[in-house]
Design a protein around this ligand. Structure first.
Ligand code: SF4
Length: 419
């Protein structure tokens, strides 16, 4: 399936995100480089636009891509189930073939989880991914209906699918789906003749349903010829856009990818050597009527994901947490021994650190008190409880990136008591 920030059914946190991805040298951090509508190499309606992180496009970007680049799209991973077994599938071990739903990183057990997560990032749209969303059609239909009912018709919803099923897509369009992106298997690339009939028919029928129709595929470097023929065929059909994704390594596909002779692109990121060059050539050379967009692996982490994290920090992080500007937050943590009355411990620490109510909080699940790192640093050495400076993602699963001990009690050793 195609991919977007934390999408493609992939779980971009499942692999280590190198720190340099959030470093200040990214073009995205440079205000001179706009996110979309970036520098145009040549004028005209199908001008070539350059985006940060080596991404580019010709024509007009899909509204879904614009929202995604700005971090305003929620990724609704509707189920890990998929009957297709693409060798390059990036879905993480934790989600692959598991019938679980996630809204961004939040595990969904009820509709309210989806709505809460959308509000936490101020989502203006949702990208439905998986697995294959059409494989759990009733659930997908339910979420499209729910999101449109809750956030109104302007909440833009798109989905990825590998299944060329006109009846399901027609019903989803009726429920409010704005756009679908068909993932055409690589062995059918070419003129979409006999083998690709089902895909061609869906794309030809879609305008009757009042829905935008696109194609999203990863760029396999050895398939440049077939890709060019496919793009010409899609242009003749008149699809609304094509998205080309850089083929990328993930923790789950690495073995199969290396087995096929793929290597890592040495220019950085997780892209497969050759994928970017082919995509850039195709976007640069082919003169087509339909818009074509190349989305690099680094763009997904460095721009899409980063912006979504920053939006979440702005809207949902506690006031005492400091943003690193890199999509993570830093704060202080004091861990209470098992059985501690955390409410009491919190009040005591607040008095010592001179912080008011609302400037600290009790995390009963993790058995700890959280507060600003500066006030904690002032008192940490005098505490008998382990105190740390913690860096976390601002996500629902609060993935920890790093922790620094602030006192002796924070170092492993014989258990110490509290005071
Ligand atoms: S279609 Fe299925 S197997 Fe292929 S990449 Fe998407 S989720 Fe993975």
């Amino acid at each position: 399936m195609g991919s977007e920030a934390a999408g493609a059914g992939s779980d971009r946190f499942s692999r280590k995100l190198p720190r340099e991805r959030f470093g200040p040298n990214w073009p995205s951090a440079n205000p001179q480089v706009p996110l979309v509508g970036g520098p145009s190499v040549k004028g005209g309606p199908s001008a070539l636009h350059l985006l940060p992180m080596a991404s580019s496009y010709r024509g007009t970007l899909s509204p879904a891509c614009t929202q995604c680049a700005e971090g305003k799209k929620m990724v609704l991973f509707v189920s890990g189930l998929c009957r297709f077994r693409c060798f390059y599938c990036p879905v993480s071990e934790r989600r692959n073939q598991k019938d679980d739903t996630y809204a961004n990183e939040r595990r969904v057990t009820r509709d309210q989880d989806v709505l809460d997560e959308a509000r936490a990032i101020g989502a203006t749209g949702t990208g439905i991914t998986g697995g294959d969303p059409l494989g759990v059609f009733d659930r997908t239909l339910h979420y499209v209906t729910l999101l449109k009912r809750e956030f109104g018709p302007s909440h833009h919803i798109h989905l990825y699918t590998h299944e060329p099923n006109p009846e399901k897509l027609r019903q989803l369009a009726e429920a409010g789906l704005d756009e679908f992106r068909l993932h055409i298997p690589h062995y059918l690339w070419g003129p979409l003749a006999t083998g690709g009939d089902a895909y061609r028919s869906v794309l030809e029928a879609a305008p009757e349903w009042g829905i935008r129709r696109g194609v999203e595929i990863p760029v396999l470097p050895e398939k440049e010829r077939e890709l060019r023929r496919l793009l010409r065929a899609l242009d003749r059909i008149g699809v609304d856009f094509v998205n080309l994704n850089e083929l990328e390594f993930s923790e789950t596909n690495e073995g199969k990818m290396r087995g096929r002779g793929y290597a890592l692109d040495r220019r950085g990121g997780w892209g497969v050597d050759g994928s970017r060059s082919v995509a850039e050539r195709v976007v640069r050379d082919l003169r087509l009527t339909m818009p074509v967009h190349y989305c690099s692996s680094r763009f997904k982490d460095g721009v899409q994901l980063k912006h979504r994290l920053l939006r979440r920090i702005e809207r949902s992080s506690p006031s005492f947490a400091e943003s690193t500007g890199e999509g993570t937050i830093v704060f202080g943590v004091v861990e209470g021994p098992a059985g501690t009355d955390l409410g009491r411990l919190g009040r005591r620490l607040a008095r010592l650190a001179r912080v008011r109510q609302g400037e600290y909080r009790v995390d009963a699940v993790r058995g700890r008190i959280e507060l600003g790192v500066r006030p904690l640093r002032r008192i940490a050495r005098g505490l008998d409880w382990p105190a740390f400076e913690v860096e976390e993602y601002p996500t629902a699963d609060a993935l920890e990136v790093e922790r620094t001990p602030l006192n002796r009690a924070a170092f492993p050793g014989p258990p110490g008591g509290g005071t």
